[in-house]
Design a protein around this ligand. Structure first.
Ligand code: CTP
Length: 495
């Protein structure tokens, strides 16, 4: 951490003192030790973010900024009005980044903070960022005169709670209205979305789960939580989703509102953003490439289009997606964890690592894995012989079957889906393959037809074969097929 750079960015030592409410000797101490106490880091992160710096949260390394974007550029007079409620968890400092991301997407923000949120960030930092007053007091006479809680509640196209603590969820679920934030929730008829963030043990508690489910059933749109390192330093489910993702979902929710009645009577429905939040998914995509020697290899024509489209569709619905991909030119979708691999062995190892010791809900094997590899690939280029009659023989060994491995793994995902590429007897072969590989669903494609080569094409037609059912899907864009599959997955998990 470059403490001097941080202090300069904050506006000097006096600014730091005021921000942390400490005397000059405390700042001298920080300077002598060369680092800051952990408890003040979120405050400094919030202040720097509010000033437009891009900062790495854990070590406060300034990555860029301050952004050249003027505040007046960020503040629009015509975008949707989002009432951003910040409740008091350690992830509160990330709410400022969420506000910035929303503004970048054209939203106007009214900030509201709970008392405990103010332990983490100041109303001033949010007000500086949004260019509007940040409201925090239910009983403030001036606020009530200027803009009462009912008015705030009615002004909203969307009420977004970031982060939503376990306590806030409990109060919201019980209908308690003992502060400005919870009163707005009761008074609003706008769509409400919440981005939960908490310690994994708190998230796993049945009381929290009940509150979450009950709010979701009442139409509150839940964004997350995600899986990963939580702000409190533990790993697991409970991490707040990325601010850019929350902003994307919020804007999509606003876009989905009826234009004549911007904030009324919108119920959550399936096929919408966020429906697969909290689901962990692993997807294989693209070809694998098996070396023959230093410069040659065995490969196939897979473009990765279908696997990547599925990754995009599921990530778009909020799933936590790990995309294990062979070499492709397709751009990986946003919001997925990309694990690039080359060979089948590497693909298997990446998949095994991804599911080890963690609950994985869905595995989708869309990769065209090379069935064979050269038993002993040469480490140098194999030279040709001067004798034209020389035969070159390659000994091939069978590669591991990744789909079969995932289907029989002790950490087997709840739903395992394979793709079957067949040149003949599509249904019979794919049905037998589903059974042999132990997967739940098989998406079967006829390959090699002149009218629809599948590999490299942007379209696909398929049979979806489950244990009891077969559906025929007509020719459609691979992106459409991905959404159709995502619909089926969503329905499966809604059961
Ligand atoms: N698959 C896999 N690992 C392999 C081979 C295939 O995970 N080594 C997966 C593919 O990703 C796909 C499914 O198995 O989901 C079927 O692949 P396909 O190429 O149709 O079948 P194969 O197992 O290769 O059988 P065959 O070549 O005999 O048709």
């Amino acid at each position: 951490m470059n403490l001097s750079a941080l202090i300069t960015a904050l506006g000097g030592r006096r600014a730091l003192q005021q921000l942390l409410d400490v005397g000059p000797s405390a700042v001298s101490n920080y300077m002598t030790r060369g680092h800051l106490p952990n408890r003040v880091k979120p405050i400094i992160y919030a202040a720097l973010t509010a000033k437009g710096y891009q900062v790495r949260p854990h070590d406060l390394e300034i990555l860029a900024g301050p952004t050249k974007l003027l505040m007046s550029d960020m503040i629009t007079n015509s975008g949707p009005r989002i009432v951003l409620i910040i409740s008091g968890g350690i992830a509160a400092y990330r709410a400022l980044e969420t506000a910035r991301q929303l503004q970048k997407r054209g939203a106007r923000i009214t900030g509201v903070m709970t008392e405990s949120a103010k332990q983490f960030i100041t109303p001033l930092s949010l007000a500086a960022l949004t260019g509007e007053k940040c409201y925090d007091n239910l009983f403030s006479l001036t606020d009530e005169a200027e803009m009462g809680h009912i008015q705030i509640a009615r002004s909203a196209d969307l009420v977004l709670v970031v982060p939503t603590t376990a306590n806030f969820m409990a109060r919201a679920n019980a209908g308690i209205a003992d502060d400005l934030a919870t009163t707005i929730l009761l008074a609003t008829s706008a769509k409400v979305a919440m981005a939960p963030a908490m310690n994994p043990a708190m998230w796993a508690h049945p009381a929290t789960k009940n509150n979450f489910t009950s709010l979701a059933q009442r139409g509150v749109h839940m964004i997350g939580p995600d899986i990963g390192n939580t702000a409190c330093g533990e790993e697991g489910e409970g991490r707040m989703c990325e601010p850019s993702y929350i902003a994307d979902v919020a804007m999509k929710l606003v876009e989905a509102l009826p234009t004549n009645q911007p904030s009324r009577n919108v119920t959550s429905n399936q096929g919408q953003v966020g429906a697969l939040v909290g689901k962990r998914v692993i997807i294989t995509s693209g070809p694998t490439i098996e070396p023959i020697d230093k410069v040659r290899f065995i490969a196939n024509h897979s473009s990765g289009k279908q696997g990547h489209a599925i990754a995009a569709a599921l990530a778009g619905r909020g799933a936590n997606v790990t995309l294990v991909s062979g070499p492709v030119t397709e751009t990986p979708p946003g919001h997925v964890n990309l694990v690039p691999v080359t060979t089948a062995a590497e693909m298997l190892s990446a998949c095994t690592t991804a599911i080890a010791g963690k609950r994985t809900d869905i595995a989708i094997c869309a990769a065209a894995v090379s069935d064979w590899r050269v038993t002993s690939a040469a480490s140098k280029k194999i030279k040709k012989s001067n004798d034209p009659s020389t035969k070159m023989l390659l000994e091939l060994s069978q590669n591991p079957d990744i789909l079969a491995n995932l289907s029989t793994s002790e950490n087997r995902p709840k739903l395992v889906i394979g793709f079957a590429a067949e040149t003949e007897n599509l249904f019979e072969n794919a049905k037998a393959k589903r059974h042999r590989k132990g997967c739940d669903w098989m998406i079967a494609n006829q390959v090699g037809g002149d009218d629809d080569p599948v590999f490299g094409s942007t379209t696909n037609k398929a049979l979806m074969i489950t244990e009891r059912n077969v559906e025929t899907w007509p020719k459609m864009q691979k992106t459409e097929l991905a959404e159709k599959l995502a619909d089926r997955i969503e329905a499966e998990f809604a059961k």
